[in-house]
Design a protein around this ligand. Structure first.
Ligand code: SMG
Ligand code: MG
Length: 375
């Protein structure tokens, strides 16, 4: 692979079609960093899908920007690499900061797959021609509003419903949804809003035939989740607590969960996402692809990784029209009866729409190899 001579970072803001509320934050728009890598004869795009605030995880758009600009760009500009393993080795000294790394790494996968003439899902070892999707529904002002949302997405053909829960919006809401929809695949996500003191509430959720309960306890915990899993029939699925394949192995070995939500950005990129998948597959732990409200670039990467064989549960990778009136890629990523087909063109399979990106850019920075080398 030729060297990366230039990295362009930009913060792009897209308004959400409706606000999205979880136990930890409320969003009306998303600010994601787009990363473009460029060399003499190649280019690729990535997306850093970090939330703007540190309420889901410690990273923010601001920390990602700083790490990308000051450390990751400096580590890779002008350096030789020919595989993603070699690329990631260049910035191995940088600890954590996985959302930032995922944005750069994605751009390099796209560049590599484009210049090899291979669709990304094939390069990753995907085996599915299409993936099945569910939707994640935020906390609403009333159960009636939630019912409207559920009805709409079931009508569109989505395969399962995930409800965000929080103290005060949990057992009774789930009970009403289950009474109204006795047959649907249903799961809940607490975004770490509970502790073991809430065991009675979490136990009450066992009555509703849920597919899983996602990240009920602290974002950095696996130990208390072991105790909770032992007290529940419903499988626990970890999200926030899993940053790597090693985290996944340990959580599975100690019995902290029976299912894992794989997010490309949370684990630092597609290579680590594939490793988490492999660890889980070897231990017969089902996985599904989570989301961070990705724009079209990050969403295309999610579609590609979810084609791996261990992704046996419907994911949160919906059509982008669930969130955005106008996405930034062509073709748009849309679901058909809850299924999204692989893009059979080289790279991520989508082309950024430059004038739309330009119109929505809040901040931009170009980092050149020579500028870095001559200081
Ligand atoms: O991309 O459809 C999506 C969002 C899915 O609910 C979703 N993500 O914890 O799984 C999760 C949340 C994190 C984003 S809100 C902070
Ligand atoms: Mg989650």
């Amino acid at each position: 692979m030729p060297r990366i001579d230039r990295i362009e970072l930009r913060i792009v803001r897209l308004p959400l079609v409706r606000p999205f509320q979880t136990s930890s934050s409320r969003k009306a728009h998303l600010d994601h960093i787009l990363v473009r890598v460029e060399g003499e004869s190649f280019a690729g795009w990535g997306e850093c899908a970090s939330p703007s605030d540190p309420y889901y995880c410690p990273e923010t758009t601001g920390t990602c920007w700083q790490i990308l600009e000051d450390f990751l760009a400096a580590a890779v500009l002008g350096r030789d690499w020919s595989t993603i393993e070699e690329l990631t080795a260049l910035y191995r000294p940088v600890k954590g900061n996985r959302f930032a790394k995922a944005g750069l790494e994605m751009a390099c996968w796209d560049a590599l797959a484009r210049s090899s003439g291979i669709p990304l899902h094939r390069m990753l070892g995907g085996t599915r021609p299409k993936i099945f999707s569910g939707v994640s529904l935020g906390i609403e002002s009333s159960v009636d509003v939630l019912f409207e949302q559920i009805g709409r997405y079931l009508d569109e053909g989505y395969r399962r419903i995930k409800l965000k829960i929080a103290p005060g919006w949990d057992v009774e809401v789930v009970r009403k949804v289950r009474e109204r929809y006795p047959e649907i695949l249903l799961q809940v996500d607490a975004n770490s809003a509970y502790t073991l003191d809430d065991l009675p509430t979490l136990r009450a959720l066992d009555d509703f035939d849920l597919l899983l309960i996602e990240q009920p306890l602290a974002h950095d915990d696996i130990i208390d989740h072991v105790r909770l899993q032992a007290a529940l029939k419903t499988p626990i699925c970890l999200d926030e607590s899993i940053h790597s394949a090693e985290d996944a192995r340990k959580a599975i070995e100690i019995g902290a969960c029976r299912i894992i939500n794989i997010k490309v950005s949370r684990v630092g990129g597609l290579l680590e996402a594939k490793r988490v998948h492999d660890v889980c597959q070897a231990r017969s732990i089902p996985v599904w692809c989570g989301g961070m409200h990705e724009f079209g670039i990050g969403r295309a990467a999610n579609v590609a990784i979810a084609s791996l064989p261990g992704f046996t549960l419907p994911g949160d990778v919906s059509g982008s029209d669930k969130y955005y009136a106008e996405d930034i890629v062509d073709p748009p990523i849309l679901a058909d009866r809850g299924a999204i087909a692989m893009f059979e063109v080289p790279g991520l399979g989508v082309e950024p729409i430059l004038d739309r990106i330009e119109a929505r850019t809040l901040r931009r920075q170009s980092i050149e190899r020579n500028a870095r080398m001559t200081g």
